[in-house]
Write a protein that binds this ligand. Structure first.
Ligand code: NCD
Ligand code: ZN
Length: 346
């Protein structure tokens, strides 16, 4: 039996939702990961220090029920047109580590997203001054869906990096070779998160044969060349690239319907899928850096001091995970994976 022991990973991009869904999805993240950066696009959104504090409390109640004391949620606020430098200062004082910018209308719950980037310059200035990370949903609204990320990465990203050279910027869930090249070419305060599912999927897995709603997410999976470039970046050992699962659960009836929501619920299989990809690339020794070192270092956090075991044994992923009255389909539902992530108990 092959076993790979690695430092406990962190997830620098997760959607935990609220209420019943939060309680149902938290185990998949909190039992495996040491920390997770919790996205603020809830309904209502997390906009202020007070919102972040009460959201953190709700998450901590569920952590306590799970007995997952090792797990620490890292909180974010959503940057909107009403965000001010004062909002940033108050949020930072309350322990918020990042502000997330969604351009208007590009993804789930982004109707209140940003239209006028320039109006937020004083906010970015304040984030730079108080060392809050800027997380970007890097897609340009109004552009053809396959080109949205490339457009954003070639225009907005270098511009922001140039205007705010000390601001740490993360291009979230990178999906294109063009965006990877841009991130690589910019200074070392610019990084990108990589999701497990974008290392496997291309557009063919979404619409190439039958429509597969559980593979539909933003940014949409791209070409085989883009996917191969993502894999190469993930195994490259370049500290600019680290894990952010973008695990984004939606109830079954909101995925399997005429107007389905974007998001892949990948937390239950994140480490297992990564182990498969890294094994195929003969790069297993490099997995730990992607999942457990580069992100923590970028965010200025100590490395976790506990470990997990990736064991090479069959893991039958359920078709659905029952959450209260609803069901959630995990990524790779009803397939058998070759790896299982186990927690070290001693
Ligand atoms: C995310 C969600 O459902 O909240 N959806 C997605 O397709 N990734 C939002 C996001 O990160 O874009
Ligand atoms: Zn996301």
């Amino acid at each position: 039996m092959t076993t790979l022991r690695i430092r406990r990973p962190d997830d620098f991009h997760v959607h935990l939702r609220q209420g019943e869904i939060l309680a149902g999805v938290l185990p998949a993240t909190a039992l495996t990961f040491g920390r997770a950066l919790v996205m603020p696009n809830t309904l209502p959104p997390i906009l202020t220090a007070a919102d972040a504090v009460s959201y953190r409390q709700a998450i901590c109640v569920e952590i306590a029920k799970l007995g997952a004391d090792h797990f620490h949620p890292l909180m974010t606020i959503k940057l909107v047109s009403s965000t001010t430098p004062q909002t940033i200062l108050a949020a930072r004082a309350a322990g918020v580590v990042a502000g997330k910018l969604y351009p208007e209308g590009v993804t789930t719950n982004s109707e209140d997203g940003v239209r006028d980037l320039e109006a937020l310059y004083p906010v970015f200035e304040q984030m730079q001054a108080c060392e809050m990370v800027l997380c970007l949903h890097g897609e340009s609204p109004g552009v053809f869906c396959m080109d949205r990320e490339q457009h954003f990465a070639l225009s907005v990203l270098p511009f922001l990096a140039g205007c705010f050279p000390k601001l740490r910027i993360v291009l979230e869930h990178v999906t294109t070779a063009a965006a990877l090249r841009t991130v690589e070419s910019l200074h070392d305060k610019v990084a990108a998160t990589v999701t497990p599912h974008h290392l496997l999927l291309t557009l063919d897995d979404v619409v190439g044969d039958k429509l597969q709603p559980h593979h539909f997410c933003k940014p949409i999976a791209k070409t085989p060349q883009d996917r191969d470039a993502l894999i190469a970046a993930a195994v490259s050992g370049n500290p600019k690239f680290f894990l952010g699962t973008d695990s984004a659960p939606h109830p079954r009836d909101q995925k399997e319907c005429a107007s389905g929501c974007a998001g892949v619920f990948c937390a239950p299989v994140a480490m297992e899928v990564l182990a498969e990809v890294f094994e195929q690339q003969e790069a297993l020794p490099k997995l730990e850096a992607l999942t457990s070192e580069f992100g923590a270092r970028f965010y200025g956090l100590p490395l976790n001091d506990s470990y997990v075991q990736l064991v090479r044994e069959p893991y039958a992923v359920p078709q659905y995970i029952e959450v209260g009255d609803t069901q959630l389909a995990p990524f790779r539902a009803a397939t058998v994976l070759n790896w299982l992530c186990q927690i070290e108990t001693s």
